[in-house]
Design a protein around this ligand. Structure first.
Ligand code: SAH
Ligand code: SF4
Ligand code: F3S
Length: 441
């Protein structure tokens, strides 16, 4: 019995899939203290903000939402507010959180969020504000008792941290160096998710999954890990993110092609279409190399769904560089593009580069790029005609729908849906109003 038994909590999450999964672990920890999750942030006894600092906008959003709780905390001093994640882990963040958020009771970073229950128990005893940011992880960041958001797709960490140091990026500073989980741990977790909990998709997580295993005593490559996980029996698919183009070798393409359980979808961030800018970003590849990977992928897996991340307005990006990015989009024809305006991150090399571009220009470039991508995606729908895709068959609003590995929905009219969620091949026979329909093969 502890003083949190029967209390309520609410978790607010910002940032990437890794943070979403971190919050699932946090929910597991709070539930094991005997607390119950509720939707209402205002009445929850404990509120956790699991934050992100990848761009200024993410920080502003989190900061403003924490500030909005101030009057509620003043009225109810018993309410406990916790801030954790990447934002407080920064050395020189935009906001001086310790001073500017005096009403926040517990502030911890990414390396000690796994000790949240200990901090809470300590807080319950002496009610003293806790501010503890440490430089290296203590103990394992794994936690198999998480409460997952989604019932179909489960996130599974395979590697923490990042060693890449792209010049614009804060992640290596706030998440530390690469640390792989053992293949056996990952295998056991995936097996349990698939065979005991009915998950249909497993998404393996890492800032750079292709670096997997290099730091392990029993070295194992990412493609070997995938092959190993595919030996788990069951009707499921494996997705993964994120892949760095520099480390993506032919072995991975081979495994993606060969293994039915590996989803035919790949997120391969390019960041820019200009090799000159890529060098300044410290990405370790040029466009020629990137395009050679894309070519090999499309050749080996014709149905592959490709997505990418782009940064517009990196310091020194000229009109010519930007046009090369547009050209790249036309060439690759991604199924999805996540584009961002470059955001200066204090402490990263690019923050002090010459040629910073003003927000207005960045905005113009972003909108131009998004408009182009919208047209490309509209046109892309044609490629589905008469092709057969491996789909997850689901029942949505009374109709059977197949979901491709890339997330496209295919309606299957007149199909008597029998079982719950299973994989089957669907041939697309019709495209009307940008909607696909087909039959199960
Ligand atoms: N590890 C992944 C991505 C992590 S961050 C990778 O290497 O691709 C997700 C995306 O945020 C990045 O791909 C990049 O496009 C974007 N990003 C990172 N830092 C940024 C910054 N300072 N400004 C704007 N976008 C940024
Ligand atoms: Fe950031 Fe680059 Fe690491 Fe991705 S690979 S997390 S963009 S430093
Ligand atoms: Fe953000 Fe941290 Fe992820 S900065 S993008 S939550 S690793």
């Amino acid at each position: 019995m502890n003083s949190y038994q029967g209390k309520t909590y609410h978790v607010v999450t910002y940032g990437c899939q890794m943070n979403v999964h971190e919050s699932e672990k946090i929910r597991g920890v709070l539930s094991r203290l005997g607390m119950n999750e509720i939707d209402d942030i205002e009445s929850a006894d404990v509120v956790v903000f699991n934050t992100c600092c990848i761009r200024e906008g993410a920080e502003d959003r989190a900061y403003n939402n924490v500030m909005a709780l101030r009057p509620i905390k003043e009225k109810n001093p018993e309410k406990i507010i916790i801030l954790c994640g990447c934002m407080p882990q920064q050395k020189e963040g935009k906001y001086k959180l310790k001073e500017r958020l005096p009403f926040v009771d517990i502030i911890i970073g990414t390396h000690n969020v796994n000790q949240l229950d200990q901090y809470l128990l300590k807080y319950a005893i002496n009610r003293e504000r806790i501010y503890d940011i440490i430089e290296k992880p203590i103990g394992s960041l794994d936690n198999n008792n998480c409460i997952r958001d989604d019932k179909l797709n489960a996130y599974v960490n395979i590697i923490y941290g990042c060693n890449k140091f792209c010049t614009y990026c804060i992640v290596p500073y706030v998440r530390g160096r690469e640390k792989s989980r053992t293949a056996q741990d990952i295998y056991n977790e995936v097996k349990d998710l698939v065979q005991n909990q009915g998950y249909k998709y497993i998404t393996l997580l890492g800032q750079n999954v292709n670096s997997y295993g290099k730091d392990l005593k029993d070295k194992m490559s990412f493609s070997e890990l995938l092959t190993y996980l595919c030996t788990i029996e069951g009707d499921f698919k494996i997705k993964f993110m994120t892949s760095h183009p520099m480390d993506l070798g032919d072995d991975l393409i081979k495994v993606m092609k060969k293994e039915d359980k590996v989803a035919k979808a790949l997120h391969l961030p390019v960041q820019s279409g200009s090799s000159r800018i890529l060098a300044k970003m410290n990405r370790h590849y040029d466009i020629k190399h990137y395009m050679s990977i894309i070519k090999k992928l499309k050749h080996a897996i014709p149905n592959i769904a490709l997505s990418t991340d782009i940064i517009v307005g990196f310091p020194g990006e000229t009109e010519k560089d930007f046009n090369q990015t547009l050209k790249l989009l036309k060439k690759v024809k991604y199924d999805q593009v996540f584009a961002f305006m470059y955001s200066k991150r204090t402490g990263t090399p690019a923050a002090t580069f010459e040629g910073q571009i003003d927000d207005k220009e960045k905005n113009i470039r972003l909108n131009k790029l998004l408009r182009l991508q919208k047209l490309i995606q509209k046109d892309q729908i044609k490629k589905y005609f008469n092709k057969t895709y491996d789909c997850l068959i689901r029942h949505i609003n009374g109709v059977a729908v197949g979901i491709t590995d890339g997330g496209k929905e295919v309606y299957i009219p007149n199909y008597k849906y029998v079982n719950q969620n299973y994989f089957a091949k669907v041939k697309i026979e019709n495209i009307r109003n940008h909607k696909l329909s087909g039959v199960i093969k």
